[in-house]
Design a protein around this ligand. Structure first.
Ligand code: SAM
Length: 503
């Protein structure tokens, strides 16, 4: 099954549509207020009934637009004409965003307001979402804003850059964010339909992107960027008969080879100081640590690497998730066949776990050995995470250029959002567990021994780490050399994630 044409980019009609949507006003906050929290929250869980009830019989512009473009409801042509007075029904049909059905129109796409944490707002068109349609998705479905899109957008550093690249742009959601802080945005996709939506969204939002058709990095051969982002088609799909390959999630390679190839290859397109950020799934075989596999990939990139594993699933959980995602219902024979194919595929490679996470790569500006940091953090983190990534890369860059003597001869200050928690066995006078907790950023919690806890407690920017450690080891009757070694390692760990700050 394949989909219909994508909307057209008629400049005059898009001017009218933009003004109509702004006048409605068809904005994120306005839509939430119109629906009410209950319906808006349900819609976030892909449950449409409360929202359908909230806009049933609506005649107001906002209610009509939500019903038509957010919920895919047949809409009276007269109501749409009033909601889009400049564009009109004829204009909307000419743009290809609705189709006439007698006295009604039906949206051919999902169109919704979208915004960032800085107060920027856009409208994003994509194929109608899963929850406004029935049956399996067409294989050339163009995804709207999903959970993975939002995760990547949250984690991306928003530092001003000259040239940014979005690999696998889809409807252009990452490119919209990049437009806010990049002088030039190049976006690639293999799917012509995705590029059709991206062109429509760029024009509707008055953004200027260089859209290129082709596979992954091929369309940018020989070019370098300051920032590369990609929410690639990272889903691991069996290459067996009867398993559909969706363009939006399958990159056409077995196992996790798409993410591996991007991780290893993106460095060729990073300018000095440049950052690449990719989302991905990776396989871990029985008896392996996920860090071994990721460690090999990032070593091959030759870049600084900071990988955060955010989630882990076993093969059955993974198979269930992606069998359902295509619109197949549990209990049907098609669904069971798909889950079986996934289980066979993972078993053939001995895969025990599938990780999901964010790979951040950085090309240093100086000649030094790359840093590699592979961490598992599955709990809640700050939102947005971009500022944490910017600070974390700067801290790791600085630490990678310091030897242990320089780390020890620096005075460190405990960050303002760090607290300690102590636990003692009932009746005990001294704590036997001390945990350092970070309030923001990665929300790290790190168990400390007595030496660590003492070092952190005196880190107020007055004494260097070496001075503190010499005094603490004398007090605790510990060998100074060992204390200095352990202290330097602890400072590196805490400073990388912003729990200790220089000065
Ligand atoms: C998960 S979607 C991401 C869309 C969007 N960037 C986002 O963040 O929501 C992956 C995108 O990669 C595209 N894609 C699939 N195979 C590709 C390939 N070989 N080269 C480039 N893009 C590809 C798909 O068409 C789809 O638009």
């Amino acid at each position: 099954m394949t989909s219909t044409a994508t909307p057209r980019t008629d400049p005059a009609l898009l001017d009218s549509l933009r003004q109509d949507l702004a006048d409605a006003p068809f904005g994120v906050d306005e839509v939430r207020a119109r629906l009410g929290d209950l319906a808006a929250n349900a819609l976030g869980r892909e449950q449409t009934l409360p929202a359908r009830r909230a806009v049933a019989g609506a005649r107001d512009a906002l209610g009509v637009l939500v019903g038509c473009f957010g919920l895919g409801l047949p809409t009276a042509a007269d109501d749409l004409a009033r909601a889009l007075p400049r564009t009109g029904v004829t204009g909307a049909v000419t743009l290809g965003i609705v189709e006439p059905h007698g006295a009604h129109v039906v949206a051919t796409c999902d169109l919704r307001p979208y915004g960032d944490d800085e107060g920027r707002s856009w409208w994003v068109a994509s194929d109608p979402t899963d929850h406004t349609r029935t049956g399996p998705l067409p294989v050339d479905h163009v995804l709207g804003i999903g959970g993975a899109s939002s995760t990547l957008a949250s984690w991306t550093p928003r530092t001003r850059v000259a040239r940014a690249l979005d690999v696998g742009t889809g409807c252009g959601v990452q490119a919209l964010h990049l437009s806010g802080h990049a002088d030039a945005v190049v976006a690639t996709d293999l799917s012509r339909r995705a590029l059709g939506y991206a062109a429509f969204n760029a024009a509707l939002n008055q953004a200027d992107w260089d859209l290129r058709e082709g596979s992954f990095l091929e369309p940018v051969a020989g070019e370098a960027f300051d920032l590369v982002v990609s929410n690639p088609p990272f889903v691991i799909t069996p290459r067996s008969a009867g398993v559909p390959l969706y363009e939006y999630r399958d990159g056409g390679a077995a196992g996790d080879a798409v993410v591996e190839a991007l991780t290893k290859g993106v460095g060729a397109h990073l300018a000095p100081g440049g950052v690449a950020q990719l989302l991905g799934n990776w396989e871990t075989a029985a008896g392996q640590d996920w860090r071994e596999r990721l460690g090999e990939w990032v070593a091959a990139s030759g870049l600084d690497a900071w990988v955060v594993q955010r989630d882990v699933q076993d093969p059955a959980e993974y198979a269930e998730l992606w069998s359902r995602d295509g619109g197949h219902l549990p209990g049907t024979s098609e669904y069971e066949a798909l889950v079986g194919a996934w289980l066979d595929d993972f078993a053939a490679r001995g895969v025990e776990q599938i990780g999901f996470g964010i790979i951040t790569l950085h090309r240093p500006t100086t000649q030094r050995a790359p840093f590699v940091d592979l961490v598992e953090l599955t709990g809640p983190v700050a939102s947005p995470m971009g500022p944490t990534i910017v600070a974390g890369l700067a801290a790791r860059d600085r630490l990678a250029g310091m030897d242990d003597d320089q780390v020890l001869d620096t005075a460190w200050t405990c960050a303002a959002d760090v607290t300690t928690e102590t636990h003692a066995a009932p009746g005990a006078s001294d704590p036997n567990v001390i945990v350092l907790r970070q309030g923001g950023g990665l929300a790290r919690s790190i168990r400390l021994d007595t030496l660590d806890a003492a070092l952190v407690s005196v880190s107020d920017g007055e004494l260097t780490a070496r001075q503190s450690l010499i005094a603490i080891s004398a007090l605790l009757d510990l060998p100074t050399g060992e204390s200095l070694g352990a202290g330097a390692a602890l400072v590196r760990r805490l400073a990388a994630d912003g729990l200790l700050l220089p000065g």
